[in-house]
Each structure stands twice: as structure tokens, then as C-alpha cells.
Write a protein that binds this ligand. Sequence first.
Ligand code: HEM
Length: 408
Amino acid sequence: VSDELSRRALLGGLGTAGLALGAAAAAASPADAAVTQRGDTVPFFGRHQAGIATPPPEYFALLGLDVTTTSVFLLRAFLNRASDAAQRLTRGQSLGTNPNPYGPPLDTGEAMGRGPANLTITIGYGPSLFDDRFGLAARRPAALETLPSFAGDALDPQLSDGDIVLQFCSDDPQVNFHAAHTVERLAYGVATLRYFHVGFGRTSSTSRDQVTPRNLLGFKDGTDNLQVDAPRAYAAHVWARHGEPAYMVGGTYLVQRKIRVALESWSANSLDAQESLIGRRKVSGAPLTSQHEHDRPDLHAVDASGVHVIADNAHVRVAGPAANLGRRLLRRGFGFVDGLDPTTGQFSAGLHFVCFQKNPGEQFVPIQQNIALNDGLAPYLTTVASAVAACPRGLRRGEGWGDQLVGA
Ligand code: HEM
């Protein structure tokens, strides 16, 4: 009940949940209206973490942390504080006021009145967290391996990897920032920020209820993604199970790749050339072999001269399951623009590719190797940041991320 009251207090513009409980009832009606308009929460608790199979919203941020403490107790306490905050923030609640009037407010305040905006906060652990610092080697997720390097990589190590990776997705970039800012404050003395990436414009959908969006190349992206109404595909390709420690059963693995695209050269190609490189029509998203977006591409079709209609180097052919022994990914990327690249004077922009899978070594790695070597898109792409992380199963009420990882 007090959670509900403090949510109303916050959304009613009072913001001082601790002090304002008495006044909360009066604020209930306008607050509820605000919640309805801002739409909305994605449940934090559940078998799987939110932010993976849940519908992607419009804005994305990714925070990488380096753990600086060597105390597993401090690490566990921080992770428990972070999941406690995450469950509040994803409901649009404030962290409240500081009972000590001389101390800083517990909540930094910038999301006040913005509502939950479908915020999801998803945690993942990088391979480096399972080194000898915390005695976690025995709890290392089975499929967590550092990614190999790929042709076309120009990784900035400072923008890559990290002991802990947190993904924030919502319909409001300020709500995402507030959540990251909150984690940064909770991490004081335990972990420092390694990188913070932001993105906008989803480039995937996880159900047919969402219209397929367009990426910054102007193409529909996410047409042939895994859809939640195909739970068997999720069981086969996304959710970790056999051979995993218990906290990973129902979890998955995140791969993030920040890919700069040479948009100026791309956009100088004719429409035909662009469509040939993707293997789909630009306007409709249909495969080059048919009329409608959701028709299956015919990878065998040839033209009058016996050449494949969907070219041998077309992205959908090279990345798709037929060329990759049936391997599939749950894609959940976003566009990004980081101003201009000072060395070229061109946009520093592209696709922040994010995908989830059961085993990156058996899914992302071979698909990416195939793309790096054979894809017509590859010459336009430079990957500047990369990370892999194990995302545990969703929490049950009363559990914390620290207890889940380290043991209670
Ligand atoms: C900036 C880089 C990239 C761009 C602009 C891009 C764009 C696209 C587009 C337009 C489609 C067709 C629509 C669709 O089915 O979603 C597509 C499909 C796909 N992409 Fe990418 N992509 C990029 C990078 C990647 C990477 C790095 C991977 C995986 C390692 C990947 C994997 C896939 C897969 C699996 C498909 C579906 C293929 C099919 O089953 O037909 N893409 N991508």
C-alpha cells in the first residue's frame, strides 16, 4: 500500500514520497490520469527479465560498469540495492526523500512526473566478473565466453566489455537517464562507470502488434525477427537452460555491437543497389522475390541469366538461418547518432545492434563471421564497441540481483 501511495505522491508532482504520504490520497486522481497517458509499466518480476522479449520501446541506453571493490559482500549489497531501485523505477516510483535533511535527496528527481514510460532495466554480467576477485568461478554461466575479434572491428576498449552491463529501454530518454544515474549513485564505492551508450528509434519488433520500424539506412528492420507468439522459437534460440547454473535457467545472453555505418556512401547508392545489398525492397520491406513484407524470401529464385534474385552477398541471405545452419537471434537494436566523426567530418551514426540468444558462441559468433566475410553491407560497417553478458532469469518478488548471483 505504501508503494502505491508513494507512486501517486510522486506522479502527483509531490515528489517527496516520504513526507507526502498523508497528502497522497488527495493527489490520487490526477496521478492516475498521468499514469494512463504515459502508458505504462512493463512488469519487472517474472520468469524472464523484462527488456528482452517485451516489446521494444523507442529509446535505449546501455551502461557498462567496472567493479572496483574486491569485497563480494559489497558487490552483493550493491546488486540488491540496484534491483530494489529497478523495481521501483520501472513502476514510476521515486526512491524517496532522505530522512537526513543535511544529506542529498535519495532520488535525483529528473524523472519526476514523467511516469514509468514502459521502462525496463535488464542486467547482464560480463566474463570478467567471474575471474578470481569474488570467488564466482563456480557460478560462471556455461556459455559465457569473450567474443573473438571479427574483420571490420575497430573496437574502443573503453566503450566495450565491462563487469556489469545494464540495459535501459523506455519511451522517454530522460527516464532512461534517470535510471542510469540512479544506478551510478548506488554504485558509489563499489563500481565505476566504464561507458554509457544511448540510442533512439527501435530497429526491431518482437510481435506483429508492432509495426516494423526503419533503421537509419531507411530500410524496415526487424521483419524476420523472432516473435513472442512463437514461444517454441524462444525456447529453441533464446532462453538458456541445459548445463546452466540455476540462476541462468530462463536467462539468456546479450551481445551488443555499436556499428557505425558510412551513411554518406550508403545513401549515394542507387535504390536498386541498396535493395540488392539488403535483399528486400526499401519501401515495402518485401523480399526481392515477392510482394509483401512478411512473405518468405525465396533464396533459390534465379533471374533470366541464372543469377540469384536475392544476391549471394545480400544481407538477409548471409545473416539468415538458411546460410547459418538454422541459427537465429532475437534482435533488439536501436539507431544512434553521436554527432560528427572529427576525423571525417561525417555523421558518427549507425545501428547499436543488440541481440539475445541461448549461446553466443554458437549463434552470434558464426553469424557475425559470415557477415564480416560475405555480406555486401560489411564494407559500410565499422564496429566501435562490443560486449557479451549473461543475463540471469527474472527475479521473484523478495529476491535481489545480489542474492541471485552470489547466493543469499
Ligand atoms: C548496421 C548493421 C546492420 C544493418 C543496417 C542491418 C539491417 C538489416 C535489415 C534491413 C534486415 C532486413 C529486415 C529484417 O528481416 O529484419 C536485416 C535482417 C537481419 N539481420 Fe541485420 N543489419 C545489420 C547488422 C546485423 C548483424 C551484426 C547481425 C548479426 C550478427 C544481423 C542479423 C540479421 C538477421 C539474422 C536478419 C534476418 C535475416 C532473415 O532471416 O531474413 N544484422 N538486417
